[in-house]
Structure formats: C-alpha cells, structure tokens
Design a protein around this ligand. Sequence first.
Ligand SMILES: Cc1cc2nc3c(=O)[nH]c(=O)nc-3n(C[C@H](O)[C@H](O)[C@H](O)COP(=O)(O)OP(=O)(O)OC[C@H]3O[C@@H](n4cnc5c(N)ncnc54)[C@H](O)[C@@H]3O)c2cc1C
Ligand SMILES: NC(=O)c1ccc[n+]([C@@H]2O[C@H](COP(=O)([O-])OP(=O)(O)OC[C@H]3O[C@@H](n4cnc5c(N)ncnc54)[C@H](O)[C@@H]3O)[C@@H](O)[C@H]2O)c1
Length: 473
Amino acid sequence: MTDLTYDVIVLGAGPVGENVADRVVQGGLTAAVVERELVGGECSYWACMPTKALLRSAAALRAARRLPGAREAVTGDLDAAAVLARRDAFASHWTDDGQVAWLESAGIALHRGQGRIAGDRVVEVTGADGVTTVLTARHAVVIATGTGALLPDIAGLREAAPWTSREAAAATGVPARLAVIGGGVVATEMATAYASLGSAVTVLARDGVLPQAEPFAGELVTAALRESGVTVRVGAEAASVDRADDGTVRLALTDGDRIEVDEVLVTIGRTPNTRDIGLDTVGLEPGAWLAVDDTLRVLDGGGWLYAAGDVNRRALLTHQGKYQARAVGDVIVARAAGAVVEDGRWGRHVATADERAVPQVVFTDPEVASVGLTAAAAEAAGLRTRVVDHDLAAVAGSALHAEGYRGHARMVVDEDRRVIVGFTVAGPDVAELLHAATVAIVGEVPLDRLWHAVPAFPTVSEVWLRLLEAYGR
Ligand SMILES: Cc1cc2nc3c(=O)[nH]c(=O)nc-3n(C[C@H](O)[C@H](O)[C@H](O)COP(=O)(O)OP(=O)(O)OC[C@H]3O[C@@H](n4cnc5c(N)ncnc54)[C@H](O)[C@@H]3O)c2cc1C
Ligand SMILES: NC(=O)c1ccc[n+]([C@@H]2O[C@H](COP(=O)([O-])OP(=O)(O)OC[C@H]3O[C@@H](n4cnc5c(N)ncnc54)[C@H](O)[C@@H]3O)[C@@H](O)[C@H]2O)c1
C-alpha cells in the first residue's frame, strides 16, 4: 500500500474534475484527480463532442439545401461513414493521451481506478490490478463523478440490451430502424442525427417533445423531425421490450400497439455516479444526488467535502459544471489561506448563475437556444412577468440566411425590475445568438438601456430590436 497526501483530491476527471484541480493548482495548492475510465469524462467521449460531431455535417447539408444556387451544387447524400469517422476523431478515438498530457503540464497528479471515500479526508483508489492506494487530503475532497444513463422499469428492457446515450454517441454503424424512449434533449438530438444518417426513427415522447423548454420550441422541433421522416408519438409509452434471436427489438406500447426496430435508445434522464464512492463512510446516502450550499460544499459533509458538476444536479451541462469548478477551486484556495470568502449573490466563490441564467443549446433542426426562465417557470417562481414573442422569419437577416426560414423568439420580462429573466429562440443556426441574452440576464441590464444595444443590419440578431419594439418604450 502506498500513502500519498495532497491539498485537494478530486474524484472524477471529467470536464468538471479537471477544472477544479487546475484551479486549485493555479491557486498554489497541490491536487490529484482519480479517474476510473478516461480522463475527459462523459462529455469528451460519449456526450457533447461525439454527438455534436454526428449532427454537424447534416446541418451543413441542410443549410446548403435551403439556398438556391448552393442547393444545385449538392448532388449526393450524406456520407454516413465519413460522419462516423469525423466523430471518431472528435472522441479522440476513445483514448485520453492528450488529456493526460495536459494534466501533467498543469501539474496535476493522476490516480487511475475506482475512487471511494474512506472516512474524513481519505480516499482509497482501487486500480485495475486490484491494488489499493490510500490518498489523504489536507484541505478538501471534491466529488465530480458525474452521471450515468437512467433506465426505466420497463419489463424486459435491460435484458434487451438497449442503447443508452453512450452507444448512440459511439455507434460503429447506423441501425436501419431505431426507437427512442424519451422526448428530451438527448432524444431529439439523436433522432435528428440518426434520421440524417439514414435510420427510420420512432420517438416515443411520453411527456412531450422538449417539455422543459418553451412550448414553441418543442412544436418546431416536432414538425421538423416529422418532415425529415421521423415518427414522433407524443404520449406513447413502452410497456415491455424484448429482443428476438435475430436481434430485432420488439416494443409493446401501453396503448396496445407494437413496433419492431433494430435498436432501442433510452434517454429518460440521468442518475448520479454516487453508488459506490464510500458516501456511507461519512454518513451520506449512497446513490443520492449531492445537495450543496452556494459554495458547492456538500450539506452535512463535514466542511471538507464538495460536489461539482452533474453530480449535484444544479445544471447538467458541461459549461455550467466548469463554471462551478472555478468557484469551487477558488473557494477551497481561499479557505485554505484563511482569506475572505465572497459568498454573496454573484460573488467570486458562488455559482449564482445556476439559479437563473443557465444557457443551453439543443442542436436539433431547428436549433433551440435558451437561457434563464421559461414563461411558465417565471410564473411558478412568483414573478410578475410579461412575455414578448416575435416571428424569427420576419427579420431581414433570417430571410437572407435561408429560404423558408422558420423560427420564433421569446423574451420573458420581470415587470417589477424591468429586466429580462428568460430568452428562448428556435431557428436554423441560432446557437450563436444566445450569449447576448445570457449577458443581458446576468448583467440585469435594464430594458431602457437595452434600446441602446443596436443589432447590426441585416443579422438574425435584429430580432432583439423587434422584441423591444413589441414590448414598447
Ligand atoms: C448524449 C449527451 C450529450 C450531451 N451534450 C452536451 C452538450 O452539447 N453541451 C453540454 O454542455 N452538455 C452536454 N451534455 C451534458 C454533459 O455531458 C455533462 O454535463 C458533463 O459531462 C458533466 O461533467 P462532469 O465532469 O460533472 O461529469 P462526467 O463528464 O460524467 O465525468 C465524471 C468522471 O468521473 C469518473 N468517475 C465516476 N465515478 C468515479 C469513481 N468512483 N472513481 C473515479 N472516477 C470516477 C467518470 O469515469 C467520468 O470520467 C450531454 C450529455 C449527454 C448524455
Ligand atoms: N445540447 C445539450 O446541451 C445537451 C445534449 C444532450 C444532453 N444534455 C444534458 O443531458 C441531460 C440528460 O438528457 P436526457 O435527454 O436524458 O434527459 P432530459 O431530462 O432532457 O429528458 C428526459 C425526458 O424523458 C422523459 N421521461 C422521464 N421518465 C420517462 C419514462 N419513464 N418514460 C418515458 N419518458 C420519460 C422526461 O419527461 C423528459 O422529457 C440533460 O439534463 C441535458 O441537459 C445536454
């Protein structure tokens, strides 16, 4: 047994764990990360990067087909093999040499294996060879172990070896027929991707399509999926699943209908990777999401235990987890030095944006970009709001961007403070429009001042002016 001591130990070297370690090392402390699979985590190999690579080529093709002149130059179909090959490169061929080299250059120690807390500031790492290493933290242990796919209790589903987001992101071939259980972000993105790659896709959206977004977003995405040949069954639910000897997957639906496919993809949300990380040794519940205070310190975690990224359930997004990582790293450094902790709203050591200003882009056709509260969420939060809508197609920049441009934008205004608290836009290539809204919400820019932020003509951003005009001065 080897005995090693660091200032900070981070469990999980996904995008969040890596950034926590980097931040504390930059603050003058020593840090080690513990990783059981690949350094870089879900995002690099089975989530953000490979899935966006699967989507991008088809999006470029659609864009060309929407423009006379360019349309005529597109003579063939999408090359699925080339798309998969480009995806392989973006997943670094599922090797983490590049990330490990970065850890070394950043002065962060790496311990490979399953990490488990074994009492106050102690972490045990069990390597693939079965050897256990004991690590001790002087100041803090940070849990950044992320999430795995959640499987519903559907008879026969597990035995049918369904795809989760991992198999969909890393597939080596394209199934002829694909059923998707769920109607959320992964479901819509993967239905878009696989339909473009040639699959006949059926989406079983029990609770609707993108139910957490503004309703117009789900409606536009549903219409586009259907136009591209996807069968979208809103309200449909699988009752049982089985896989025949020839590999065919048969789904019996609760309405009595039956469908047959080659693969079934389950996308009903995530479950935290906290089952086997020794939480019981410090009085916490194995398998639970980790509740944290505003400085990301685990509640009832003894003061030395933190949780950042997906595992604390505040916002299951890479950029938001990395934002938390910067706050956690800095607060650990501050507490270690006995310095002032800036934990007031929007302070350096808290992740205030998690509450009201989380940006997200869903890379479907059309793209859905949102930040802050939906109209329904703002109302539920007790705000006195006014909702302003505009047809995105009625902007010169959109008409120029593509023939038959379809899209919609909405801003939600807090009438008491006259600031924007929510913004959603759906349309082709709207992802890059989002950051302006994020800045307006985080900066709590008064509407009267926003009139002076003039969008350039003729861009799609001109929708900002139209929304303000609709609101009135
Ligand atoms: C299909 C899909 C697409 C997505 N696309 C996007 C996107 O486009 N944009 C976006 O912002 N977000 C996206 N997300 C969400 C994003 O992947 C997560 O928010 C992000 O990966 C969370 O980072 P994390 O570091 O908290 O956890 P993870 O990335 O899950 O990393 C956790 C790491 O901890 C390791 N680990 C776990 N337990 C242990 C243990 N006991 N010991 C040692 N190591 C351990 C794991 O092996 C893993 O490497 C997507 C998610 C999915 C499923
Ligand atoms: N572009 C991006 O930013 C991006 C892309 C993919 C994933 N992600 C993140 O990954 C996370 C997971 O994505 P996801 O799509 O798995 O979750 P999700 O929460 O977006 O969607 C899950 C959907 O499944 C439905 N559902 C729940 N239980 C069900 C059941 N038993 N049967 C049928 N339907 C059921 C829910 O109503 C919901 O619509 C999300 O939180 C998201 O933020 C982000």
